[in-house]
Design a protein around this ligand. Structure first.
Ligand SMILES: C[S@@+](CC[C@H](N)C(=O)[O-])C[C@H]1O[C@@H](n2cnc3c(N)ncnc32)[C@H](O)[C@@H]1O
Length: 267
């Protein structure tokens, strides 16, 4: 087993364990979702084109709320996640709602072995690349699955925010990828502080230049790049509510970038 596979196996255990807690959490608001509310936030809703009849791939879909929200906007969706527990739950929710998105359990780096379709759009969001050691291989996998002229719509937490320890609010982590992961034992989860989970996780820091160069090197043209001074989620305790779907971490009086978005087209 390669070193990265060992890291992925550790992370997969954690993500498998999170699912049952997330499904019940206020954060994921399953009741509202089952009633028809979207799980998508205003940031990505403002970026999404008309999806009616379009084929959309959703890597790292967790238990599928966003995938199914994208189906509600008219897309024919395929969600991918390496957590078998998450994919099982996604299929169960889909069936409960009589929807039709396809869900596939595989590592994002192995998508070319498990997903054959070519898509009009790829969507990924919030908490995705930090679980991946190598953005070049990630961008390669995305590029392979997009048609020429197709678009990646990507919304992610800002690397600056990842430099803080979210428990203490202190600047702790490197900005640049060190070629090896950081690790922590996570107690509880971002969606449920009280979840009885204490498992190790491995994550990687990715600078904006590393990301943008990986996309360029894999045939993407960057059409739009935006940064936001808020997060739609209260991702850690020190974040204060500012407005609907706007949480802000402001050490002193300084405004920080919290989230960024990219629309990148496959040439
Ligand atoms: C923070 S969640 C995605 C967030 C999504 N916006 C949500 O809240 O539903 C990250 C997801 O990435 C998945 N993941 C992590 N590493 C992966 C990998 N190497 N291949 C595929 N999925 C992975 C996890 O199982 C998890 O479901």
């Amino acid at each position: 087993m390669s070193q990265n596979e060992a890291y992925f196996n550790t992370n997969k255990k954690l993500w498998n364990a999170k699912v049952q807690h997330h499904v019940k959490s206020d954060f994921y608001n399953m009741e509202g979702f089952l009633r028809g509310e979207t799980s998508l936030r205003k940031i990505e809703l403002a970026l999404l084109p008309d999806l009616n009849g379009k084929k959309l791939l959703h890597p790292q879909c967790h238990f599928g709320q966003d995938t199914l929200s994208l189906e509600r906007l008219g897309a024919n969706c395929t969600g991918v996640d390496f957590s078998e527990t998450a994919i099982q739950k996604a299929k169960a929710i889909r069936d409960q709602l009589g929807m039709k998105s396809d869900f596939i359990a595989c590592n994002v780096y192995d998508m070319d072995k498990h997903v054959q379709d070519i898509f009009d759009y790829i969507f990924c969001s919030y908490g995705v690349i930090t679980w991946l050691p190598d953005l070049n291989r990630w961008a390669h996998q995305l590029s392979k699955r997009l048609k020429h002229g197709g678009e990646l719509i990507f919304v992610e937490f800002h690397p600056l925010l990842y430099m803080f320890d979210w428990d203490t609010g202190e600047l702790t982590y490197e900005y640049f990828n060190q070629g090896k992961p950081e690790s922590e034992v996570e107690s509880g989860t971002y969606a449920d502080n009280d979840a009885d989970i204490a498992l190790k996780e491995y994550f990687w820091m990715h600078s904006q230049s590393e990301l943008i160069q990986a996309l360029i090197d894999n045939g993407f043209i960057i059409n739009e790049f935006k940064e936001y001074d808020y997060s739609p989620y209260k991702i850690f305790d020190q974040c204060k509510f500012r407005a609907e779907q706007e949480y802000v971490y402001k050490p002193g009086k300084i405004s920080l970038p919290h989230v960024f978005s990219i629309r990148a087209q496959k040439a």
